[in-house]
Design a protein around this ligand. Structure first.
Ligand code: ADP
Length: 670
């Protein structure tokens, strides 16, 4: 990623443009309603129709041999009418209040309570035996076990997918297919697997141009709040510290960030993944910006260790003598996003364009993690088994380069929803005091999320959600919604990126219904056979060798691997290999699309046997919904082919496997 034009403060320099580093977005993405300061025009279910007819499914009831009709719920869950609002959700009628189990809400509790009060809903603070409409978890999907109905505010597997290594891998797969579209993520190497590759590449780069002096940031996998993060200038520094053997991501350091008041800052953007199937994404118009507390200088050997200059984490900077608790939204070390955007706009920055680039980054990132999330989903809540549907608030950390290009730093599955902060009121005496900036932003996000997942709203048109919110609050006017739908609203621009979801649908189809997350050798053979991918040139013996080879490499770096077999990312690698073999003259993206078309056509024309029919019913909806559009349509929407620079195929490493529910404290990442 090039940031060689950046450096000093754009706020001072004013609206400097640097076309080279903008993400090239095909048409201008947004209308004026996309700009945060303006009123959100929610367009509701636009674009959903694509999957409409495909939604009706037949599902086997486990152990009974019966198949019942049902449909895929909006959140990706398969529903057999498990959850209907008591009064049918009719607008205008008096409904029983929606119940929210807050017993596991942890640090979100204060903001959640305020929101529930505002909506005149009912809080169930200690949890209860009778089912609730909504379960608010503080850490993961598994905070409460055995939920069979209602909605949970976490997706299975999101905690795992937001780990640094898994996110990097998911983005990297997309970079193989769409290198231009996915250039918003800094170049990354995964340790320990890719240490050698990292060393060699950097040595080659430095030898080819001695003036280049890149800096890298090392981030331990699973770390948060800046813990264990440090900067290096040479791969040898990793080896010297013995760090090349630890699980981490080492990443190109963005040397020239945009500065405000001479300080580096990053953006915390709240994103609601309302549903995985069909994909529905909302972005909060208001977010936070977190400021460093020491004036920024480009990295040099002398200042590499200055965390208050290089790292924007609240948890670190709050310990700096320069930290200023914000009294207003536009001052201090934590400010609202809109106040920063207003300042940029006043300096001539094209804020509309910037916002549109940020929306594109968010949609593309969700598209990158969705395939693996679907695998987790079907493993935890298999079709035909009663279970809740899911939604989740995510925290996107975004850095702006000096040329205004947004860069994804990470996705937090548990963004802090705290609305107070600790203050030292006397020496060593700390007190929790309200933080007006946090409250303003976070209560709006929680309240709007609740309004959007209101079970009564399902029956109403979701474009009406604004008025429903008002009605539910007993006629009291609610603040206008801060969450804005971006997907499916902009699905036309982004549908063509959803190729890996289609590969995941194939994968899920051959997984079977046992809650597995890995393909065994027999299932892989069945995939090859049913899709007619073997030939005299590529015999079933070669298929077995391919399977063994890929599985061995992927499991090599999995010291705690309990489940044997081929995970989704390994399957994607096998799929790319098969595609490259078959469609030699095409680009990787065209190869993958051609092989998908071929496989899907073969599977559609087959009459499945009874065993297969069972697994088919699990995956058909995912398969069809994956691209959000029929395959020919997805193709038609693709822009002209690119010739992506081939990324090295992954060696081995940590797969995104099904982890036992882990108890991990919620991030307090601000
Ligand atoms: P954590 O989860 O530990 O906070 P992050 O990936 O968010 O880890 O990194 C911590 C901080 O380091 C970020 O808030 C940002 O200020 C800085 N940072 C992270 N990655 C980069 C990068 N590639 N270039 C420049 N700064 C970065």
């Amino acid at each position: 990623m090039s940031d060689r034009h950046g450096g000093t403060e754009v706020v001072e320099g004013g609206g400097e443009n640097d076309d080279e580093c903008f993400v090239p977005l095909s048409p201008v993405l947004l209308d004026a309603s996309g700009v945060p300061a303006l009123e959100c025009r929610n367009t509701g279910t636009e674009g959903v129709e694509v999957g409409k007819n495909l939604n009706q499914q037949q599902v086997p009831v486990k152990g009974t041999g019966k198949v019942v009709g049902g449909r895929w719920e909006e959140n990706g869950n398969y529903s057999r009418g498990i959850h209907a609002p008591e009064d049918g959700g009719t607008l205008g009628k008096k409904r029983r209040p929606v119940t929210v189990d807050t017993s596991k809400a942890k640090t979100s509790l204060e903001g959640l309570k305020i929101s529930i009060r505002q909506l005149k809903w009912r809080e169930i603070p200690t949890g209860r035996r009778a089912p609730c409409d909504i379960y608010w978890h503080g850490v993961s999907f598994h905070d409460n076990e055995n939920i069979t109905s209602g909605q949970v505010n976490k997706f299975p597997g999101m905690l795992e997918m937001s780990r640094k290594i898994n996110l990097s891998r998911a983005v990297r797969i997309m970079q193989e297919l769409f290198p231009v579209e996915y250039d918003f993520y800094p170049r990354s190497w995964i340790l320990p697997d890719e240490y050698q590759q990292f060393s060699t590449q950097i040595r080659t780069v430095k030898e080819s141009d001695e003036t280049l002096d890149p800096t890298f940031i090392v981030k331990p996998d699973g770390g948060s709040q800046g813990e264990g993060i440090y900067l290096i200038r040479d791969p040898a520094e990793l080896r010297a510290a013995g760090a090349q053997a630890r699980q981490a991501v080492v990443q190109e350091y963005i040397r020239k960030p945009l500065l405000v008041d001479k300080l580096k800052f990053d953006i915390r953007l709240y994103v609601l993944l309302k549903s995985l199937e069909p994909l529905e994404i909302y972005i909060a118009k208001e977010g936070l910006t977190r400021f460093c507390t020491e004036p920024y200088q480009e990295p040099s050997q002398k200042n590499l260790g200055h965390v208050f200059m290089h790292l924007t984490n609240y948890s670190l900077n709050v310990h700096s003598g320069n930290f200023v608790h914000s009294e207003s939204q536009s001052t201090g070390s934590k400010r609202t996003l809109s106040s920063v955007l207003r300042r940029l706009a006043a300096k001539g920055v094209d804020v509309k364009r910037l916002w549109s680039d940020i929306i594109a980054l968010v949609i593309k990132t969700v598209v990158a993690v969705a395939p693996q999330l679907k695998v987790y989903y079907q493993a935890d809540i298999p079709p035909g088994k009663p279970g809740p549907s899911c939604f989740q608030i995510l925290g996107f950390d975004i850095l702006l380069m000096k040329n205004l290009k947004p860069v994804l730093l990470e996705v937090n599955s548990n963004p802090s929803m705290r609305i107070e902060h600790e203050q030292e009121v006397a020496p060593r005496v700390f007190e929790c005091v309200p933080s007006p900036v946090d409250e303003e932003v976070k209560v709006g996000v929680i309240r709007d999320t609740l309004r959007l997942v209101d079970p009564g709203l399902k029956k109403a048109s979701s474009s009406q959600w604004k008025s429903v919110g008002v009605e539910e609050a007993g006629g009291d006017a609610m603040p206008s919604p801060c969450l804005k739908q971006v997907y499916p609203k902009y699905s036309r621009q982004f549908n063509y990126l959803r190729l890996v979801e289609r590969i995941a649908a194939l994968f899920i189809r051959f997984l079977g219904v046992k809650g597995n997350m890995r393909l065994g050798p027999t299932a892989f053979r069945t995939f090859i056979r049913n899709c007619k991918l073997s030939s005299s040139n590529f015999t079933m013996a070669s298929v077995d060798i391919l399977y063994i080879d890929i599985v061995r490499r992927w499991s090599g770096a999995l010291p705690d691997s309990r489940e044997a077999g081929m995970g989704l990312q390994a399957f994607v690698e096998a799929f790319f290999y098969l595609a490259a073999r078959r469609f030699k003259s095409q680009t990787p993206r065209e190869q993958a699309a051609s092989l998908l078309d071929l496989c899907e056509a073969q599977l559609e024309s087959r009459t499945p046997g009874p065993e297969e029919r069972r697994s088919l019913s699990c995956s058909r909806a995912a398969s069809r919904g994956a691209a959000g559009a029929p395959k020919h349509q997805a193709h038609a929407q693709q822009p002209g082919p690119h010739s992506p620079a081939p990324l090295p195929r992954r060696a081995s490493s940590q797969d995104c496997r099904r982890a036992k529910p882990r108890s991990r404290e919620a991030h307090a990442e601000n």
